[in-house]
Design a protein around this ligand. Sequence first.
Ligand SMILES: *Cc1c(COP(=O)(O)O)cnc(C)c1O
Length: 378
Amino acid sequence: MNIATQAVQIGLEWDTRTGAVTVPIYQTATFRHPGLGQSTGYDYSRSGNPTRQALEDGIARLDGAARGFAYASGMAAITNLLLLFKSGDHLIVTEDLYGGTCRLFDRIFTQYGLSFSYVDTSNTAEVTAAILPSTKAVFVETLTNPLLKFADLRAISAICRSNNLLLIADNTFLTPYLLRPLDMGADIAVYSATKYLAGHNDTVAGLVTVKDPMLAERVYFHQNSAGAVLGPQDSWLTTRGIKTLAIRMERQQENAGRIAEWLATHPRITKVYYPGLKDHPDHDLMGRESRGFCAMIAFEVDRHELVEQILLKTKLISFAESLGGVESLITFPEVQTHADIPPELRVRLGINNVLLRLSVGIENCDDLIEDLRQALEN
Ligand SMILES: *Cc1c(COP(=O)(O)O)cnc(C)c1O
C-alpha cells in the first residue's frame, strides 16, 4: 500500500465498538483490571495508552519497523535512545547537528561517560576514520540542519554492519514519506514529530522506530522506565497531522523548489542551499535515494544588516523557530537554533551572520515570493 494511503489509515479501525473513524482520545491515567492477574492490554498510561499506541503502530507501519514509540518531544526521544549506551561508549555523530542534540550530547551525556566525535557524515571516509575500539553507534541526520547535507545511508550502514555498530538516523526533515531509513540499513529512526509529521506547529512530539524486535523490546523497557511518553491529546494531534503528510510535503516541496530558484536569481542573495538545485553537492545522490528534496532552504544575504530587515519585514513568513509546518517560518540559525554549537564549528560549517533558514509552508507560492521580494527591498 502506498505510504500516502497508509498515513490516512492510522487509527481508522481502532474503535471497533463504535466504529469511530479517528482514534478516540483515551484521556485516562489508568485502566480497570477485569480480574486478578488479568489485563485489557492496558494497565497504566505510561506503560501504554490506546491513543498513543495507534500513533506508535502507525509510525512503525510507515517506516517498516517492528515497533514505534512516542515521546514528549524529539529531544525526549533522542535521550531515551542514549539509554542504550553505557559509560565508556563512543558515538560518531553528524557534525552539523541540530543544536539541541549537540547540547544534549556534549553538556549532559558526556557527564555520564559517553563520548562523541563530530564528523561530516556525508563523507563516508570520515566516518570510517573516526571509528574507535569503544565506538558503539553512528548517529546521523538524514538531511542536516541548516545546510541541508544529505547522508549516504546505504554507504554508512555498510560501514556500521562491518564494524558491528548501531546506526541511528534522525529523519526529522525527510519523514518516511521521502525516505525510509530502516529500508536503507538503519537500525533505528528518530523524529522530532513537532516538525513535518505533526505538521501544524501546534504540538511538540518525538517518535522512534526500531527495526529489530529484540532491540525494540529494550527501547520499550527504557520508554516505560524513564517515562517521557507522549500524552493522549498530543498523540491524537500527531496522528491527525500525519494523515495529511503526503499532500503537505508535496505542496511544500513544490513551493520550496520555486522559491529556491527565485532566491538564486536575486541580486542581494549570495548563496542558496537547497538540494533540489542542480548546483547543490548532494543533488544527484538525494535525487536517487529520496522521494523528494524536502522544503527547507538556507540562504546568505550580501550583508548582515539585511538579516534583521528580512526578519522584521516579512509579513506572511513568521520569524520563529521550528520548521516543517503548514505556516512558513524564517529563522537566523547563528543566534536562534544553533547558538549551542561551538563557535569554531559554526564557522567551519558555514553557519554565519548572513545565513537565514526558511521553512516553506503550504501557502500560495506567489504570495510567499512577493513577501520575500518586499522584505529584501530597501
Ligand atoms: C527539532 C529537532 C529536534 C528536537 O525535537 P523537539 O521536538 O524540538 O524536541 C531533533 N532533531 C532535529 C533534526 C530537529 O529539527
